[in-house]
Design a protein around this ligand. Structure first.
Ligand SMILES: C[S@@+](CC[C@H](N)C(=O)[O-])C[C@H]1O[C@@H](n2cnc3c(N)ncnc32)[C@H](O)[C@@H]1O
Length: 447
């Protein structure tokens, strides 16, 4: 399908663009490295300049200036994640690379979106500029690794916190701090709008989308609607289109139709993967689920995983739904010496740091040495560039956790998933999946 985006310079750098933004954008667009370096040296934050209407940044401009790659030499976008093909390095593309390097070195942000809701990486991918796309992925990877380190640093208790001797008081203070943090997050979007209006700053198309916070989600009403489970804001918690991914995940965790295994599944949702695990006649099948409405659904007489199922296990406690958050339940399972051959992790409303915490702090204690672990890999799945960045971040963090990661790439049938609000997305607030390929991770202990 032909692109509907107008990539011309007048469309992206409009007449009313402020002068100090315009000169950076022009310089980046023309790949004038020597002028750009002068500007970057003399003006703080020039690398982050952004047109207030189109959201064009110098990175967008440097990439867009290269235009579409000739169709004769261009491979299909589907191979975006493959790393074997490059743009030619001479001419405008080589200049664009140098321009982008200079911008990244000066602090340019890899994932700012423009008025078309495109990051620089999205533009590079759409134009078929694989080499430029890869620079964006590399920059994103470096930035996200750094952010993760800073997050860890912030999480370290200060000496004063360490010195406290009243645990209960400490926990109360932590909870208050968390509430304050949450309040901060909630007001952030409206502050952004006001600041954008006051300073004529660019306001990204989806900036007022509120983040899904675990604490809110776990208190929200849920609706089971045949082929999907929705939260109170109509976010898709789980959808039937993921069935094929669940099936592939079970095959990866229990290869060769293995039966009689010890299985732990975190996050029941629609029970799709649990139905598949149950069909493998496990020796042990534990489920951890935190949401009261999901637990109520599981307890209904018509549910496959209610009291009767628990009683049907090969021994008492072999088939069990553990009620609560995995953060609280897994340490208890560890204390009880539970170990599993296959572990699947698919929660909702939690960010990457929770997944990382799970595979770093919990997996070593509960995965059999020969066992396998997988999770729903939907990190950044609403845009290819974020998905690719997170894959690289995962490779580093899982290795740090002593795990080998193997990827299997599967096609996703996008027939009903291509357009927001239509097909499978009808009645769903946000299209959280936009990609033609699912990268399925299988993790094992390093040998
Ligand atoms: C995406 S759904 C899981 C779908 C499931 N894989 C299936 O095949 O139907 C996510 C589930 O995780 C649960 N959940 C969210 N946070 C959790 C937590 N911290 N601990 C345990 N379960 C959690 C949600 O309530 C929801 O039921």
């Amino acid at each position: 399908m032909a692109s509907t985006v107008d990539d011309s310079m007048p469309a992206r750098i409009p007449k009313d663009c402020p002068d100090d933004v315009r000169d950076v954008l022009y310089t980046a667009w023309s790949h004038d490295l020597s002028d750009l370096k002068k500007i970057l040296k003399t003006r703080d934050d020039a690398s982050k300049a952004q047109d207030p209407t189109t959201g064009e940044t110098p990175l967008h401009a440097a990439i867009r200036a290269c235009g579409v790659r000739e169709p004769s030499t261009r491979k299909d976008d589907e191979n975006a994640a493959s790393e074997d093909e490059d743009d030619e390095d001479d001419g405008p593309v080589g200049e664009a690379k140098e321009t982008m390097e200079a911008l990244f070195n000066a602090g340019a942000i890899w994932n700012d979106v423009d008025s078309n809701n495109e990051t620089p990486g999205c533009v590079a991918l759409r134009l078929g500029r694989k080499g430029l796309y890869r620079l964006c992925v590399d920059a994103g990877f470096r930035a996200e690794l750094l952010l993760a380190v800073l997050d860890e640093y912030e999480e370290l208790p200060s000496e004063e916190e360490d010195a406290g001797d009243d645990d209960a008081e400490e926990e109360k203070t932590d909870a208050n701090d968390q509430d304050e943090e949450l309040a901060g997050v909630e007001t952030h979007a409206s502050e952004q709008v006001e600041a954008a209006a006051a300073n004529a700053r660019f306001f990204p198309p989806d900036a007022d989308e509120k983040n899904i916070m675990s604490q809110d989600y776990l208190k929200s009403n849920l609706t089971y609607d045949g082929d999907k489970l929705l939260d109170a804001d109509l976010n898709g918690v789980m959808m039937a289109w993921e069935t094929d991914i669940m099936e592939k995940s079970v095959q990866a965790l229990l290869p060769g139709q293995a039966t009689g295994k010890r299985i732990l599944n975190i996050g029941f949702g629609m029970g799709i993967i649990d139905g598949m695990f149950a069909a493998r006649n496990p020796a042990k099948h534990h489920i951890i689920e935190a949401h009261p409405a999901v637990l109520e659904h599981i307890a209904k007489p018509e549910s496959k995983f209610g009291a009767k199922w628990e009683e049907s296990g090969p021994e008492p406690g072999a088939f069990k739904v553990h009620k609560g958050r995995w953060q609280d339940v897994v340490p208890t399972l560890m204390d009880e010496g539970e170990v599993y051959d296959a572990i699947y992790f698919d929660t909702f409303g939690e960010d990457y740091s929770e997944l990382r915490r799970f595979f770093t702090d919990m997996i070593p204690g509960i995965l059999d040495f020969e066992g396998r672990f997988s999770f729903f890999n939907g990190l950044g799945a609403d845009r290819q560039v974020c998905y690719d960045v997170y894959r690289h971040v995962l490779e580093v963090h899982t290795e740090e956790a002593g795990l080998d990661i193997e990827w299997n790439v599967h096609d996703v049938d996008m027939g009903q998933l291509d357009a927001a609000g239509k097909g499978d997305w009808e009645g769903v607030r946000r299209r959280y999946w936009t990609l033609k390929k699912y990268w399925l991770p299988t993790l094992t202990n390093m040998g």
